[in-house]
Ligand binder design. Structure first.
Ligand code: GLA
Length: 695
């Protein structure tokens, strides 16, 4: 070993790169390097799945005194026991980190998004940061499963309080909570479930938020109502338990049918689909929700305020109607400001997910006087570069775009690109230290399904990458430093690739710049199409991109949530390969293998078999460079110290974001710590569409 190589090997070991990875010659694929140990992770206490909640009637119920005095005593609201279901959802005290709570105070969020409107069922975003999660309830719930051992993981009941499978496993009967009500007092029934399914998911003119399509629940799946509180699913496969995950956030959270139907073209001929989607703009207040808080005030670029839902259908074991916290703030700022405000104490919550803010946040949080706690989780945040694989017209490509798509479909081209990415440098450019790790692509190293030996990594090798480009006929014919298409393709011009990315996050901007610089070294010209989040999502989902940069979504961080997005199993399930105008997806051979692995995974109920199938998937995805992985790192939950019932070790992202994971409805502030932040004290949501809350 030459001294130089020896030094490199030692340095690599210090960084946690395995010796095995180093002995392979640079251009040969190897297994993924081991991630550097990260000592700062919070510890999770694992619990049995059934220890979290149950449905049952309690001998008595209560609510904040002011609700009883100002609203019930004056006849404005029925008594609390009449507003609750026959058997409400009860959170078990044993699972509450600090036990039964008290009412009061405000949870102050800061977000970088802006509300498009409230029609979640028709695909409108509310600005993210958990605002939609606070308003929406779904048939099942998965976010709290982070505290359940992988072998016991099955979605928790929620709006569907129980279910049973037919003997042959093709039918699933779900029982809805009986007597649960929307925040305006109208009963929640199978009508709401069927309206969401028939007139939003299945209606080809509507795309719900988070892209629910019929295939999200398995090809050929049907749903029907049996009675007001019972629905029945029919699946092609037997016992596809995996679909219970798709019934959680964000693909099966029904909207209020009694309100939405009034503007849906099927029920009201005066409306177009566009008018339906935009029929409940951000200014529309008091939209009925099943969630714990209702939006009552909105000032553009300033703040959205939500107040407690007086019909919320969840309680603690002492019969206190939840939520404990009366008010939610959503200050409309930037994502980076969310970290700053949470650390400073002018905001209460942040998912610390942009590594550029790690060091400063850690320093401040370490001080005794710091107002917020900060706890890191596993390495579940990361980024991929997705290449558009459609050669049959998704996104209406022009000649240049078509030529780029052919390159994207060429395995040698993808290998060249992945080999030209210096991941160590990319990670260090975001933050120095043991945070980031080399991530080749595929599922996240933080999931229980991850297997390093099945993760193929093409080490950084610029010369090898250049040779591969040459091999496929890409040469710099003009001597300007950039390779050209072969004569006869796209006019023999420079290969120029447009990278779609979002301008909402510093990390996305920095990664995009890093990629552009590294591709320049390779001789590939990449230009940036940087759009705000809403426009980026629209361009991506319409297929209008050559390459796009994406933060991990939950199929990567959990595998079991949104599993169909791991491969083009349906016409609209993959992020980077959807159907062309003829409705078909032009799958490459390795994609067919990925689809088969994912479909078998979805159909299987055998844990060992599922582990094997995911290993297989990981090998195919990484060997064929389905995506170009960039970097992975842990995120930290920042939460103001005055809040109780925050589960230790809660990851900021796994099945869903931490806003869901921490079960905000049972989070509370003890009486001695309560702040004076409520803006609409002792007020409750008003009538749907009315301008504000009521006294
Ligand atoms: C955005 C934020 C995340 C999280 C989600 C919730 O994407 O970046 O940290 O708050 O919203 O939807």
């Amino acid at each position: 070993m030459t001294s130089n190589r020896h030094l490199r090997a030692v340095a690599a070991l210090m960084l946690g790169v395995s010796a095995f990875a180093m002995t392979a010659s640079a251009s040969e694929p190897t297994v993924a390097p081991e991630a550097p140990p990260f000592p700062g992770q919070g510890k999770i206490t694992y619990v049995p799945r059934d220890s979290i909640l149950e449905f049952k009637a309690l001998p008595k119920y209560s609510e904040p005194d002011w609700v009883t005095e100002k609203f019930v005593a004056t006849g404005k609201l029925p008594p609390v026991e009449q507003r609750l279901p026959k058997e409400p959802l009860v959170y078990k005290t044993g699972n509450m980190p600090d036990g039964i709570g008290v009412y009061g105070d405000t949870l102050r969020h800061v977000i970088g998004g802006r509300p498009e409107g409230w029609n979640y069922s028709a695909g409108q975003t509310q600005g993210w940061g958990g605002i939609d999660i606070a308003m929406s309830e779904c048939l099942t719930r998965t976010a709290p499963l982070f505290q359940v051992e992988a072998t016991d993981v099955e979605p928790l009941p929620n709006l569907a309080r129980s279910w049973e499978w037919s003997q042959d496993g093709h039918k699933l009967t779900m029982h809805l909570v009986e007597g649960a009500k929307w925040s305006d007092g109208v009963e929640f029934t199978s009508d709401d479930v069927m309206f969401y399914w028939n007139d939003n998911v299945v209606d080809p003119n509507v795309t719900p938020l988070n892209g629910a399509s019929p295939e999200t629940f398995g090809e050929g799946t049907t749903l029907k109502a049996i009675d007001a509180y019972t629905v029945e699913w029919t699946f092609k496969e037997a016992f596809p338990r995996q679909h219970l995950f798709a019934m959680a956030y964000g693909t099966f959270c029904p909207g209020p049918a009694h309100i939405l139907k009034t503007k849906h073209p099927k029920y009201n001929k005066d409306f177009t689909y566009d008018q339906y989607k935009n029929g409940f703009p951000a200014q529309y207040m008091n939209i009925p929700v099943m969630g714990a808080w209702v939006p009552v005030s909105y000032r553009p670029d300033d703040m959205i305020v939500l107040r407690r839902n007086p019909y919320y259908w969840k309680v603690d074991e002492a019969g206190h109607q939840l939520p404990y916290v009366n008010e939610l703030h959503y200050k409309l700022s930037t994502w980076a400001d969310r970290d700053v405000q949470a650390i400073a104490g002018s905001g209460d919550f942040s998912n610390l997910e942009q590594p550029e803010n790690f060091v400063e946040s850690l320093k401040r949080a370490a001080q005794e006087s710091a107002p917020a706690r900060l706890a890191f989780g596993a390495r579940l945040i990361g980024y991929n570069l997705h290449m558009n694989f459609s050669a049959n017209g998704w996104g209406d490509p022009d000649e240049r775009t078509k030529a780029v798509r052919e390159l994207n479909r060429n395995p040698d081209f993808r290998k060249a690109i992945t080999m030209a990415v210096d991941r160590k440098k990319i990670g260090d450019s975001l933050v120095k230290g043991p945070f980031t790790s080399i991530y080749p692509g595929g599922i996240s190293s933080g999931t229980s399904f991850y297997d390093r030996q099945s993760t193929v990594y093409y080490p950084f090798d610029l010369e090898g990458a250049k040779a591969l480009l040459e091999k496929i006929g890409l040469k710099d014919t003009e001597g300007n430093g950039f390779v050209n298409f072969p004569a006869g393709t796209a006019g023999g011009d420079d290969v120029q690739i447009v990278l779609l990315s979002t301008s909402d996050y510093g990390t996305d901007r920095n990664l995009a710049e890093g990629i552009i610089g590294q591709m320049e070294q390779l001789g590939i010209k990449v230009t940036l199409n940087s759009l705000d989040g809403v426009k980026r999502d629209a361009a991506r989902d319409a297929g209008r991109f050559d390459w796009t940069l994406m933060r991990h979504t939950s199929e990567i961080s959990s595998v079991v949530q949104n599993t169909p997005q791991l491969a083009p199993v349906g016409p609209r399930t993959s992020w980077h390969h959807r159907a062309g105008p003829d409705g078909t997806v032009d799958l490459m051979p390795f994609e067919k293998e990925m689809v088969a692995a994912v479909n078998s995974f979805i159909a299987s109920n055998d844990n060992a078999e599922r582990q094997d199938l995911m290993k297989k998937y990981q090998k195919i995805a990484t060997e064929n460079v389905d995506t170009v992985g960039l970097t992975e790192y842990p995120g930290a939950l920042i939460i103001n110290k005055r809040f109780s019932n925050i589960p230790p070790g809660a990851p900021i992202y796994m099945f869903n974001w931490a806003e869901d994971t921490i079960l905000r409805e049972r989070v509370f502030v003890s009486a001695d710590k309560q702040g004076d932040y409520e803006l609409f004290k002792q007020q409750l949501p008003g009538k749907p569409g009315d301008p504000g809350p009521i006294n």
